[in-house]
Design a protein around this ligand. Structure first.
Ligand SMILES: [Zn+2]
Ligand SMILES: [Zn+2]
Length: 247
């Protein structure tokens, strides 16, 4: 009976794949793995490899030799408060085209390839977080959007690490959009926006923050400050893409 069930489910799966082959989430070209990008879309992204800053993942030019543990100027001067940050790709015209419909247009299926790319960005990091914390959305924003895009990315990452995703330990107060503000303005605007609701979930824990994009890093820095004040022993961060302007 078990064999028959297996055979039937195999035939069904084959029929479904034959009738509806897996498609690239961005351009609908056929792909062999469901949710994965086609080769053309994959190569159009500016993926961040080595060399990059060992602390914040800032990408360096490929021919730049900065030794075995390169640090960007920001990390070298001690400005980065997180223990490490990694991002899968650079925030540019290509990643923006994927990011906008994912964040504002309901294309939540993009979370599959994005979270896989984020796990790839974390491949060199030999650290086991205790909890995965998606950067919280203010309730008003969550109500309008219907979903927290960071949580969609965090869920498969938490599954891969075998730890829980915590959606409730921190609350975010609503503030108007930061738009195109400068780094100091962003830092000022985000100050005091997060509040730890369940300190027991944070105290003594190593926390991996997950977000879709990192621009100035102000959100991560502020969240890290609040979590450390609540007793977190380490705070890490991972995003799908990051701004990589001259620093
Ligand atoms: Zn494609
Ligand atoms: Zn750095």
């Amino acid at each position: 009976m078990e064999r028959v069930t297996k055979f039937v489910s195999g035939v069904t799966r084959f029929s479904i794949e034959f009738l509806f082959p897996s498609a690239c989430p961005l351009c609908d070209a056929p792909v062999s793995v469901d949710g994965e990008l086609c080769a053309d879309c994959w190569t159009s992204f500016n993926w961040i490899g080595r060399p990059c800053c060992v602390r914040c993942g800032y990408p360096f030019p490929a021919d730049l030799d900065l030794g075995t543990r390169p640090l960007c100027p920001k990390c070298a001067s001690g400005e980065t408060s997180l223990d490490f940050i990694r991002s899968a790709c650079v925030y540019d015209d290509v990643s923006r085209l994927a990011m906008l419909p994912f964040k504002h247009g309901g294309r939540i299926r993009y979370a599959s390839f994005m979270s896989r790319a984020m796990m790839w960005a974390l491949r060199d990091i030999d650290v086991q977080p205790d909890i995965i914390l998606p950067v919280p959305l203010a309730y008003r924003r969550l109500f309008h959007r219907g979903y927290n895009q960071a949580a969609l990315l965090a869920r498969p990452i938490a599954r891969a690490y075998g730890v829980t995703m915590d959606l409730d330990c921190v609350r975010r107060e609503y503030r108007p959009d930061m738009g195109h503000k400068s780094a100091p303005q962003r830092a000022e605007n985000i100050r005091g926006v997060f509040r730890v609701i369940h300190p027991d979930a944070v105290r003594g824990r190593r926390i991996l923050l997950v977000d879709d994009v990192m621009t100035t890093g102000a959100t991560f820095s502020e969240l890290s400050r609040v979590l450390r004040n609540a007793g977190a022993t380490a705070v890490y961060g991972v995003t799908f893409c990051r701004a990589a302007r001259a620093i």
